[in-house]
Design a protein around this ligand. Structure first.
Ligand SMILES: Cc1ncc(COP(=O)(O)O)c(C=O)c1O
Length: 442
């Protein structure tokens, strides 16, 4: 498909130059529910909720209306020496949903900024606690925590880190949970790393409840309980990056509840507004907030002009309210078994599906030459499948679909949380169609 638009003035995120220059990318003009239309009027099923974002679905005029009303009343004031009523309302709504005593929120505008804020909060906390050397961060291989230099330092994906070395000092990456069936065993690498570095050097461990990078890695039972034990033992803050897992993606408001995590901080973004406005946030346990506020610094020495932006807050409140009233989390819980069954049907019908991983509405299909013969793709094959073969097949099949070769070729499926029987059946049928073509091409 050639694009009639001039794409040359836009420098896109992580998009291959060849595809962009040839115009082989869709230009989406409209959305409704789980569907998108490009500017030529072609309809696509959105199997990725934009980018793990649009929980409530596209085209919600109620959210647009709430934003427009707020913009008319007071479009902007920062949460900087003052704030606005709607910012306070959103803070109270979101902290009410958050688990345990995570009852203070610092608003920003993206997931990267949220993680950046967590890294800085951890440093300031340990400083306030009289432990200024605890600046190190442990995260996991193949994890994506964002692209700003602090968040990128925590990110464990070599191809997007290496061009930017040197990054922040004191960050190390340990194996994720792939291949482990025992939670305590899987967490041992974290304890070993803290001991190797010296607990006095390590201030924070960050992980996603279910790691997206590497393909929807659901941790074995007991993993997060063990992380909690390790962090308590060595005085390290435990951070759950819920940029993807939060706001219903795993069937609960926060993924921490699903994997039995008890983090000191939660970072969130994407789904909190379903993408109607850019949001990010850092939730922090009350005693940690008090420690920082009571320290000689007297405040969290961090700020963002857009943090708590009134129009963004109105989008978050309208989105969360609609999700509650329309019982969107129940929709995920009710349909997750069908979603999983459809993916296992695909694995049964297609030998190119090596593995099905995930939970809730966050799944990956790992791809290779033959599951039955145990023949994985080589790195070269993975790249060809992901960058050359699958993107045009997906568009022809009317799917907005994510393919990824980090940690092996895979299709990631993460539709709007309002997807129900019809959309999940359609997704299964259309993905089946492209898997037949993939097998023929590779
Ligand atoms: C787990 C996770 N953390 C952080 C980020 C960074 O978020 P953003 O792109 O909003 O900066 C992402 C983005 O996809 C993510 O998936």
């Amino acid at each position: 498909m050639m694009n009639p638009h001039d794409l040359s003035h836009l420098l896109p995120s992580f998009t291959g130059a060849e595809n962009w220059r040839s115009g082989a990318v869709p230009v989406f003009a409209r959305g409704e529910g789980c569907y998108l239309w490009d500017d030529a009027g072609n309809r696509y099923l959105d199997t990725l909720a934009g980018l793990f974002v649009v929980q409530i679905g596209h085209g919600r005029t109620d959210i647009a209306k709430a934003m427009s009303e707020q913009a008319e009343q007071l479009a902007f004031f920062p949460s900087w020496s003052a704030t606005t009523p709607i910012t306070l309302e959103a803070a109270s709504l979101i902290t009410d949903l958050a688990p345990g005593d995570l009852d203070a929120v610092f608003f920003v505008s993206s997931g990267s900024e949220a993680n950046e804020s967590a890294i800085k909060f951890a440093r300031q906390y340990h400083l306030a606690d009289g432990q200024p050397t605890k600046t190190g961060v442990v995260s996991r291989i193949d994890a994506y925590h964002g692209t700003s230099m602090g968040a990128l330092s925590a990110t464990g994906l070599k191809p997007i880190r290496d061009p930017f070395l040197p990054l922040l000092p004191g960050f190390s990456h340990v194996p994720n949970t792939l291949g482990y069936s025992d939670g305590v065993e899987a967490a041992r690498v974290v304890e070993e790393e803290i001991l190797r570095r010296g607990p006095e050097q390590v201030g924070m461990v960050i992980a996603e409840p279910v790691q997206n990078g590497g393909g929807s890695l659901v941790p074995p039972v007991g993993y997060w309980r063990e992380l909690r034990r390790i962090c308590d033992r060595y005085g390290v803050l435990l951070v759950a990056d819920e940029v993807i897992c939060g706001f219903g993606r795993l069937g609960a408001w926060f993924g921490s509840e699903v994997v039995e995590a008890e983090p000191d901080m939660i970072t969130f973004a994407k789904g909190a507004t379903s993408g109607y406005a850019p949001i990010g946030g850092l939730l922090v346990r009350r005693p940690l907030v008090e420690k920082v506020l009571d320290s000689p610094a007297g405040s969290f020495l961090h700020g963002a002009t857009w943090g708590g932006h009134p129009v963004v807050m109105s989008a978050a409140i309208a989105n969360i309210t609609a999700m509650r009233e329309e019982r969107v989390l129940d929709n995920v819980a009710g349909h997750a078994p069908l979603f999983e069954a459809r993916l296992h049907d695909l694995a049964g019908a297609h030998d190119v599906v090596m593995d099905v991983r995930g939970t809730g509405y966050l799944y990956s299909l790992a791809l290779g030459h033959s599951r039955q013969k145990g023949r994985d793709y080589s790195d070269e094959d993975s790249k060809r499948a992901v960058y050359e073969v699958l993107p045009p097949l997906a568009l022809e099949a009317g799917l907005h679909l994510r393919v990824d070769d980090r940690g092996g070729a895979k299709i990631m499926l993460s539709p709007p949380l309002v997807a129900a029987d019809d959309e999940l059946d359609e997704m299964g049928e259309r993905v089946s169609q492209i898997l037949v073509q993939l097998a023929a091409c590779m």
